[in-house]
Design a protein. Structure first.
Lengths: 172, 467
């Protein structure tokens, strides 16, 4: 009886682990952060620089191109955004095992619900552009935070410009 | 040992999806307040005469609201000091209610003589007219043997020396404030001819923390800010609540699963369900006036449209189909029309459509943008956020005419109507700090005030008169 339950639980947890392992396959060196499997010992083997699969590695590779910026109330990808997204697409082509989320944001000078819809539209237009560059859409999750998560805290044009953004964040 | 460990680990893994919730303890549903007959001067008992007990000075204006009397001072579960002290508290609540809505200048129990119990039905008119009171509100609190309280409420015209109205309610001791609100509503309605609104509740979002890591919790309170409760714990961002017309449920947005989604929170059980089983983000929830339907907006592939679903679930019906952002939506009181916002013309503007989505027509043409429209419970006005440089709360008629801005803050947003359509609440955000508070303003735009909340506050949603 007990063993039966244990088996069921094991099976269930194995499914859980399998689902997790999609995000961190064995081909990768162990990541420095919290691992998906508690039974795997965490022994950092590559001390030089962030490892593949971390946001730090992504940022090191593409620089400020992890994030694209939008004009007020706009969601179109302009030439500057296109260059950034091309850098992202190259990175994700090099590491086809990686999945990521595009977080859409708006500045505080909009109403709350509209801003969530606008952030959604911005994240989706970044996603569409990456898909047009050959990134598999199934690797890209999208979430909008509207005006809820500003990075620049002032109430001025400069701050708002930094907050109207779509940021790509690795899932790990 | 190993097996045990595996079991523990498995259990932990299995538990994690269930752990993704942010709900506090349920607060229970509203108990209806029972009306009761109360004795009056026109009863056979005959008027009783006496003198007032306290001669302290007060200014000679408007409505006098002395402390409610009691037949016999008894402690209650609501307060150990007893029914006499409770009577004074009830008068204070009524005084604050009438003062805060801006139409009256009431004088409360702390600067008035206190009438005795026999005088409640037989006011000492000469005493009050000698003090310049035009109106007199008196009442009493009586503890019943079954543990409940009877609260009587009387309004007298001092000059004419007659009773204008009286009513009584039986309430659980913990609901004594509701009796004070019922009495406020009775007086307000009798003197203004307007519908009542004090005995109502407000759902809103309580905010704490720095601007870039704001903690946002679902919270509720009475119309005067009392009886405040948090409903969520704050680990997930909660936004834009809406009370169901019968106060049994709250629709709100939560990021509890990582994505913006609308949940139906059941107040009695403290449990919640998704408004629609779907992987798409859902935002901007609204009830139909009869509580049978829910409007919400859903983004599919980045494009947001407005949908309707039965409150009991089922298939969602798509009401708008523009490539722009269609969001919000608020029913007319008769449920036949919906006002909503859309940026299909290039900027946010307000539109009206039939409840089935037909005949979509823009109504805002006054310059600036029109956002978060909400139809007045009276049906004749629409309140909205006007964006023209700054953000202000404004009203217009249902054809988009007669636009009037009522506020002039830097960012005043998301108006919600009082049940009687006379007062509007909204939230005001401060420049730079991002701090927020709930404010209210009446339709004249003259009487504006901030509501007391324990922490910063946004997204108010005013419910109807309580059952």
């Amino acid at each position: 009886m007990n063993r039966k339950i244990a088996t069921i639980l094991l099976l269930a947890s194995a499914t859980g682990l399998a689902a997790c392992s999609k995000k961190a396959p064995e081909t990768l060196p162990p990541v420095a952060g919290p691992t998906s499997s508690p039974t795997t010992p965490t022994t950092p083997t590559t001390p030089s620089g962030p490892s593949v699969g971390t946001q730090a590695h992504f940022e090191q590779a593409v620089g400020s191109s992890t994030t694209i910026y939008f004009d007020t109330d706009r969601y179109n990808v302009d030439s500057q955004d296109a260059a950034a997204l091309q850098a992202q697409a190259q990175y994700f082509a090099r590491f086809p095992q990686l999945t990521f989320t595009i977080e859409g944001h708006a500045d505080e000078r909009g109403t709350r619900e509209y801003n969530i819809a606008l952030g959604e539209k911005r994240a989706n237009s970044a996603k569409a552009y990456l898909v047009s560059l050959g990134v598999d859409g199934n690797r890209i999750a999208v979430v909008s935070y509207g005006k809820e998560r500003p990075v620049a805290l002032g109430s001025d044009e400069g701050s708002w410009a930094q907050n109207r953004r779509a940021a790509s964040v690795l899932i790990n | 040992m190993t097996k045990k460990l595996i079991l523990l680990l498995s259990a932990a893994l299995l538990a994690s999806p269930l752990a993704a919730q942010d709900l506090g303890a349920p607060i229970g549903t509203d108990q209806p307040v029972e009306k009761t007959q109360v004795e009056g001067a026109d009863d056979d008992d005959g008027p009783l005469r006496g003198t007032v007990t306290d001669e302290s000075a007060w200014s000679d204006i408007g409505i006098a609201i002395p402390a409610f009397a009691t037949d016999a001072n008894k402690p209650t579960p609501a307060n150990e000091a007893g029914t006499a002290a409770l009577g004074r508290e009830i008068s204070r609540v009524i005084t604050a209610n009438l003062r805060n809505n801006g139409l009256f200048k009431p004088v409360g129990p702390d600067s008035l003589p206190q009438p005795g119990f026999p005088q409640i039905t037989a006011p000492a008119y000469d005493t009050w007219s000698g003090r310049g009171a035009e109106m007199l509100v008196q009442g009493y609190v009586r503890a019943r043997d079954d543990g409940r309280l009877v609260v009587g409420c009387y309004l007298y015209d001092v000059a004419l020396k007659n009773q204008l109205v009286r009513e009584g309610w039986v309430v659980a001791p913990g609901d004594w404030r509701r009796a004070a609100h019922k009495c406020s509503d009775l007086i307000f309605s009798r003197l203004t001819g307007e519908s009542p609104f004090f005995d109502s509740r407000i759902a809103y979002i309580a905010e704490t923390g720095p601007k870039d890591r704001r903690v946002k919790r679902l919270a509720v309170m009475d119309s005067d800010g009392a009886n405040h409760r948090f409903l969520t714990l704050g680990s997930a961002t909660a936004l834009t609540p809406r009370y169901s017309p019968d106060y049994s449920k709250i629709l709100y947005l939560s990021y509890v699963d990582g994505n913006p989604r609308i949940y139906v929170y059941d107040i009695g059980s403290g449990k919640q369900t998704l408004v629609t089983e779907n992987r798409n983000p859902t935002i901007a929830p609204r009830w139909s006036p009869d509580g049978r339907s829910i409007l919400f907006s859903m983004a599919v592939g980045g494009n947001t449209d407005i949908y309707r679903i039965a409150a009991t679930g089922g298939t969602a019906v798509k009401l708008t189909d523009s490539p722009g952002i269609d969001v919000g939506g608020s029913y007319s009181p008769d449920g036949t029309k919906i006002v909503f916002e859309s940026d299909r013309s290039g900027t946010q503007q307000c539109y009206i459509m039939d409840a089935d989505g037909r005949n979509q027509k823009r109504i805002s043409f006054f310059g600036g943008r029109c956002a978060t429209p909400e139809w007045s419970p009276r049906g004749d006005q629409i309140a909205f956020t006007r964006i023209a440089g700054d953000f202000n709360v404004a009203v217009m008629n249902t054809s988009g005419g007669g636009m009037r801005a009522l506020t002039n803050g830097w960012q005043d947003e998301a108006p919600t109507w009082a049940p009687n359509g006379r007062i509007i609440q909204f939230f005001r955000t401060e420049k730079n700090s991002g701090r927020s508070g709930i404010w209210q303003v009446d339709l004249t735009g003259q009487n504006e005030r901030r509501l007391p909340t324990p922490v910063d506050a946004s997204d108010p949603a005013w419910g109807p008169i309580r059952p």
